[in-house]
Ligand binder design. Sequence first.
Ligand code: SUG
Length: 448
Amino acid sequence: MKSYEVNFDGLVGPTHNYGGLSYGNVASQSNSQQSSNPKEAALQGLAKMKALMDMGFQQGVLAPQERPDVAALRRLGFAGSDAQVIQQAAKEAMPLLVASCSASSMWVANAATVSPSADTADGRVHFTAANLNCKYHRSIEHPTTSRVLGAMFANQHHFAHHAALPAVAQFGDEGAANHTRFCRAYGEAGVEFFVFGRSAFDTRYPAPQKYPARQTLEASQAVARLHGLREEGVVYAQQNPSVIDQGVFHNDVIAVGNGEVLFYHEDAFLETDKMLAELSSKLAKVGGKFQSVCVPRSAVTVDDAVRSYLFNSQLLSRPDGSMLLIVPEECRSNERVWQYLQGLTGAGGVIREVKVFDLKQSMQNGGGPACLRLRVALNETELAAVNPGVIMTAPLYDSLTQWVERHYRDRMTENDLADPQLLLECRAALDELTQILKLGAVYPFQIN
Ligand code: SUG
């Protein structure tokens, strides 16, 4: 049976703004308080989805969330009408209003961890929504994420959904951003690679000194158990704490894998040789031949990687077996990174082509091409069971583009977030979106 990797991209929500909310994420911190352009952000994302679809890749779309999250503000003690809740929060606790307005659900690599049916004990595709509990503005995403994923992958015969892990730092889980899967073919059993930043219960593991390690070993292990993965099909590795301290807040900022290939920075992991050997032997047991492409620090420093987002790229398989790398424009403007990429594609290895996309609106908050997509490997039968409303087509691209043009503002600052009218605009837009994507009622304002 045919199988595919389907990339579901997060549609940028109408409140996209630069709130400076993510300590440890260099771009988020350095662009704090700048004015953003939600319309441009959404159109940049849609352009990438359309381009990948036009290249022949399977592409889907994941809906944004209801923001401002008035219910979250009410849980923090703000009261009255919706407008009063927003105004009171703006007056007394602006950082909380900003957090409740974040469009951070666009980075759907953090929405969930997904295990394809070929890896799981019950032969279903498993999803665990990420609790994202390291940052308040992200910790409020998972209830709606679960409803949206449930509406997209509703068929219980093929899809199993798990609630987010307990919302404490010991089970900090950031989803697919710290998870990669290696396989010979998408429909065959593979090796799932979980990368964690620290251990919550075992003091033998080192931890970063400056910035938080968002993913724990115990969270990754819990996800592997929930999904029914075989021990032989799982490899755990620790991120190098010193790169977390340099701004690598997720592993997908320093490594990306696809098929039988891991593309990574020399400083990305601890005990790299042991980890590569385990990946290689476990992949061999399911018939695969592991290949790694290491980028030496002498060619690209960790700082270059963090600034350019070289590794936050999409590594995609082409029909001839070679691979294509989708990188952000920031890679072309970094001389060393661009030179490295020229050498890489010219060397006759597996990665043959690089395509550049302008995702500046998202990049300024630390979200590159890979952050914007959730990968779901599906066989033909499973793909046919996905809600067809969320699979990208030329007409859907046109409808979504027109929807963005109609509903989005082209400038957003803190003052705009305090405007109660914004909530009404967003709800009107999202109500229409659920009809376009055929999701049914998924937002708090639609179900309460
Ligand atoms: O969680 N930025 C996100 C970026 C997530 C990128 N995802 C992956 N690497 N997979 C984060 O730090 C910034 C929001 C603000 O500051 O307004 C933010 O949430």
